[in-house]
Design a binder for this molecule. Sequence first.
Ligand code: DGT
Ligand code: CA
Ligand code: CA
Length: 584
Amino acid sequence: MPDPSNTEIAAALDELGDLYELDGAIIHRVVAYRNAAKAVRDASESISSLARQGRATELAGIGATIQEKVLALADTGEIPALGRLRAKFPPGLVAMTHLPGLGPKRARRLYDELGIDSLEALRSAGEQQRIRGLKGFGAKAEDAILAALTTFEADGPRRREVLSRALAVGERLVQALRAEPAAERVALAGSARRMTDSVKDLDIVATAHDPAALARAAAALTLVESAATPGENAVRLLTHSGLHVDLRIVEPDQFGDVLQHLTGSKQHNAALREYAVRRGLHISEYGVLDDATGETHRCATETEVYALLGMDYIEPELRENRGELEAATQGRLPDLVTVGDLKGDLHCHTAASDGTASVEQIALAARAAGYEYLAITDHSASMGFGAEVTDEQLRSQIELVRATQVEGLQLLIGSEVNILPDGSLDYPDELLAELDWVIAAVHTSFRMPAAMMTARIVRAIEHPYVDCIAHLSGRKIERRAPYEFDFEAVLEAAVRTGTMFEINSNPDRRDLNEVQARAAAAAGVPLVINCDAHRAAGFAVARYGVATARRAWLGPAQVANAESWARLSAHTKHGRAAGSRRTS
Ligand code: DGT
Ligand code: CA
Ligand code: CA
């Protein structure tokens, strides 16, 4: 019997968490299993083999109890506690708890009170309108369950990996391959190189003086759980984190051709091929064939590939067939913003709300990240997670932030104010007026009709002290769809009132998305790229917000926090109000 893979172990731990929750266990135990599952899924080495060495406990989130369970699974093929709990509940009930919007408590009630024990039974109960009679559910909840079932069935359980998790493995894999004696050049290609929101798999291109040796070495890396039989110049790998990897090993003189081909996107490549045909050229991963001469040009670099077509080099983030070919031909590709262009960050949390760091700790981290200024923006009073700042607490936080001195960093006092369902805010205007910077965001009541949600956000945008809207769409990549609202109407309101929009850099959000960010910038709305840090290490995610900005074609001039605070704040509502007070 082969050792269980990390994916199998994580699934077993998650199932334990789910079953304990259905069983009504204390929440700490449930959370412990879920955290352990996440640690296993994120691990880059085999947890079975770590557990056999007694070293699985070195991972944060895995204690002796869980290590024992992993060993039991590896030795006997089962975890006793899991067997016991499985016998207690019908298997379909666990599937019900995974339905978005349902969860274990509500699933358990459907089972206890209506005998619903599977997704099929849930669908027929919904269709027969038997759920709406249950206390706390109602017709709206019933409709939501049926809608969730429909999306769930359409999407299937297999999800794409969020970019940050894929890159964590992909970048280590590239490093490990570069360290192999047989390797020469190694580069990430595919959607991960284009920095898309999520990826299906990783694509890597390499050159080697002994391609077969590199393919064999790749299959034997500690990051790799299993591999297809290595070919002469390609191998397909599966990492411990469950990601598939396509590795191609090519001749040095065609590295540019293959890297260009495998970076994609498919749409970019198709448009490029069509463009080439019109010029008597055939482009493929094997080179650029000239119809007139019958000669195939092989390119060692991508720059040569694009130059043969009369184009400037196109950054991978732009390769989506969204106008980049025309721009590259006409020499008008944008100079894209970089992480180094960011001068400050205007959205972070401290221990005063749901963050972990003190004001000073997060300020020092921002300075270490190279920023000149930082706005402290803890949650306002009604966010709803029990980690909020009341009016009184905000008053003392204003004093604390004003009194905190960090050499080389300008600290600003702000707030991430909750937009209530009717679009009003939950601090009095006089208090908001005292702050340097206010971002507003929706954190509750996501499921209102689109027209109401639009009106709600527009009202917040029209507020005289709301400088910026944070994570406008509310999406969580691969987990939660954006709420329904009219983006055009909201954008119009931002233009009209001089309100900025955030690109939230949290890799699970990246919100605005690239299409909205491009539209906002085109309409003249300044965009602020914010880390939304909840801990000192939280500024590392800036690269994901910047990637979204780059995929939105943004240069530093369209990014508000690529400016100094002095210049940025002249364009905020707080800054404009102060300016008009000074001149009047
Ligand atoms: P994903 O779905 O996140 O893995 O996205 P990609 O872009 O990494 O897609 P993948 O892994 O299927 O293929 C890698 C690249 O190979 C893709 O970006 C472009 C190229 N490619 C793959 N299939 C085709 C195709 O049918 N036509 C063309 N022109 N290129 C393709
Ligand atoms: Ca891919
Ligand atoms: Ca692929």
